[in-house]
Design a binder for this molecule. Structure first.
Ligand code: GLC
Length: 623
């Protein structure tokens, strides 16, 4: 039996240097003192961790690829909208299990400010749960229940800001210098104006500017997001110490994965856009080292919705290779999926993916088609040029297409945060409404209906097939449409992202279960089937990269996954046309016959062409 002191020492030997080097990178000479302070906290936390969690630590140390396996399926929901409360979520585990879910992200659940809290992303207290959902004990109980069912619990850790009502901000306003130093507060406009020269705007519509005058604080407070979300000063080592403490507190209460909200914004440098600054990765490395010592069962997930060259740094580049977040959202994949559906053209998708840097094999993408946020058209001008497109025009096309303004568009989305300065228009809307189900139902057109269901299936299959943790977004499994009831709720009415944050429609789930021929039933059955196929397909382990295979037909995306057990080729038809795909590209790699894993059919690749149905996905292995 290895005693705790030995475990602590072994883990300090392994991760202590990573912790110290991260702290040095961020805090220079202040690092050794902070390291000493943290060491005591870490040791106490390791000892205090429950026996059940210590067993989990050992189990995951033996299976470091636990998030990469093809049987890993993620699900994202609001606890209240899904189950009413934390206890209510436990009552719905059967539904999650029926989808094969092994990873459950419950949207912000720590105590938010009252009134508008940006969907819970304005946290007033990280050590207690939103009382409408339950208590910290309820969270621990839910985590335990989920764990015993094989489901990891994912919780948001909002790093960049706290609510104006958080105790630190209250004390800052009361004049305590220690807490004023937790924030960026300026007496006049000199510094804010200097920073604003190069800062973009996240919410140009309902929260213009990046600073807010606060009468009580007698200063301009840095507020990147809403005026009630105060940005923290991560250059202050005390802020790091607070968050290291929060991380291990929540880990010891049973949280498995931390979604590091708005991580890109945490370090500010004058003259830059104050995103993706190198010290962000020093901080993440240090936070991860703390977690690896106390709770090696836990993982970090970066929420960095940034361009590809920056995004890859969140999974570790250069000296941080494999030392920062374990997971990151693949925002670019999401954008390209919608882009290809609108244009029925996959060239830009090919260019964007081909230009995408490779990730460390130990890290994992979070793949998704929809989430609780809007879709921003993150397409670089360089990638667009590579596909003979003009970036600005193409982004404008996509915005108009998904707002349903473009002639013939199947989508019914809403414009979110129109920025009149650069004409940037992001889009809100549920997966089904953006994929055409709403328009098809309204038109009562069976052909459109089938196309829209096939599009939903295509998107789900693509996120299941790319490699990574597929993140299913609550309601999409039965094709829930846009929900306009947010307009009746004063704290949500101004923010149309709530149009795709519905209450779970359990009647729709029951109807889909009862009748697989309804639209919801068809979506659900297709999704379950593909998840089942994926689980058995070792080629989909996330350590392997999906690579672009130049497609002989511009409507079809081809991806290869070169696994030691053999090649998997994925084909996705992004058009409503039947495509005759030349088979030589497949034959060269798979031989004369292929097994299509989703349908189970054997295809002969001897004929010159292979027919692919409208929006059909194919996962082909050698026959
Ligand atoms: C993240 C969240 C988003 C929120 C923002 C500010 O981007 O996903 O919903 O508005 O952070 O916390």
């Amino acid at each position: 039996m290895v005693d705790e002191d030995t475990t602590f020492q072994l883990r300090m030997d392994r991760y202590g240097p990573e912790l110290l080097s991260g702290l040095r990178g961020a805090y220079g000479d202040a690092a050794p003192e902070l390291f000493e302070r943290l060491t005591a906290t870490i040791r106490d936390a390791l000892i205090a961790r429950s026996d059940e969690l210590k067993v989990l630590d050992e189990a995951r140390l033996l299976s470091p690829d636990w998030l990469q396996r093809p049987e890993t399926v993620g699900y994202v929901c609001y606890a209240d909208r899904f189950g009413g409360s934390l206890a209510g979520v436990a009552d719905r585990i059967d539904h999650l299990k029926s989808l094969g879910v092994t990873y459950l992200h419950l949207m912000p659940l720590l105590r938010p400010r009252e009134g508008d809290s940006d969907g819970g992303y304005a946290v007033a207290d990280y050590r207690s749960v939103d009382p409408r959902l339950g208590s910290m004990d309820d969270l621990t109980a839910l985590a335990t229940t989920l764990r015993r069912e094989g489901i990891a619990l994912v919780v948001d850790l909002v790093l960049n800001h706290v609510a104006r009502e958080h105790d630190w901000a209250v004390r800052a306003r009361a004049g305590e210098q220690k807490y004023r130093d937790y924030f960026h507060i300026y007496p006049d406009r000199a510094m804010p104006d200097a920073y604003e020269q190069t800062l973009p705007e996240v919410f140009p519509d309902f929260a213009p500017g990046n600073f807010t005058w606060d009468d009580e604080a007698q200063g301009w407070v840095w507020t990147t997001f809403n005026s009630f979300q105060w940005d923290l000063n991560w250059a202050n080592p005390d802020v790091f110490a607070e968050f290291a403490d929060l991380l291990i507190f929540l880990a010891n209460n049973g949280v498995d994965v931390f979604r590091l909200d708005a991580i890109a914004f945490t370090w500010k440098v004058l003259g830059t856009d104050c995103q993706n600054e190198p010290p962000v990765h020093e901080l993440t490395q240090a936070l991860r080292a703390v977690l690896r010592i106390v709770a090696p069962a836990c993982a970090l997930k970066a929420e960095a919705i940034v361009g590809p060259q920056d995004l890859i740094t969140y999974l570790g580049q250069g000296k941080h290779f494999g030392k920062v977040s374990d997971l990151a959202y693949h925002n670019s994949l999401m954008v390209q999926l919608w882009g290809a559906l609108a244009s029925r053209h996959t060239r830009l998708f090919e260019v964007a993916l081909s230009n995408f840097p490779a990730k460390p094999a130990s890290t994992t993408w979070g793949t998704y088609a929809r989430c609780h946020d809007d879709i921003g058209w993150a397409i670089s001008d360089t990638d667009a040029r590579g596909a003979y497109l003009e970036g600005h025009t193409h982004r404008a096309f996509l915005a108009e297409f998904y707002a349903g303004l473009y002639p013939g568009s199947f989508a019914r989305g809403l414009v979110f945060q129109h920025n009149p300065v650069n004409n940037d228009r992001r889009i809100s809307g549920s997966l089904a409404s953006l994929a055409g189900l709403q328009a098809a139902v309204q038109a009562g057109d069976q052909g459109q209906l089938s196309d829209s269901i096939a599009r939903i299936n295509l998107l789900h299959t693509a996120i299941l097939g790319f490699g990574g943790v597929p993140l299913l977004y609550m309601g999409d499994e039965v094709g829930l449409l846009n929900d306009h009831s947010y307009l009746d709720e004063p704290e949500h009415a101004a923010d149309n992202r709530w149009v795709h944050r519905p209450r779970m429609d359990w009647a729709a789930v029951a109807a889909a279960e009862a009748d697989p021929s309804t639209p919801g039933g068809r979506v659900l059955a297709g999704l379950r089937h593909t998840i089942g196929v994926r689980r058995r397909l070792t080629h989909l382990h996330a350590s392997i990269e999906s690579r672009v295979l130049p497609s002989p037909d511009s409507r079809v995306l081809l991806l290869t996954r070169d696994h030691p057990e053999g090649m998997l080729i994925e084909a996705y038809n992004f058009s409503e046309e039947v495509v005759e795909l030349p088979t030589y590209v497949l034959r060269d790699r798979l031989g004369d016959t292929a097994v299509e894993q989703i349908s189970g059919y054997d295809y002969s690749l001897a004929p010159e062409t292979l027919l692919i149905r409208p929006y059909q996905p194919l996962w082909l292995t050698a026959g």
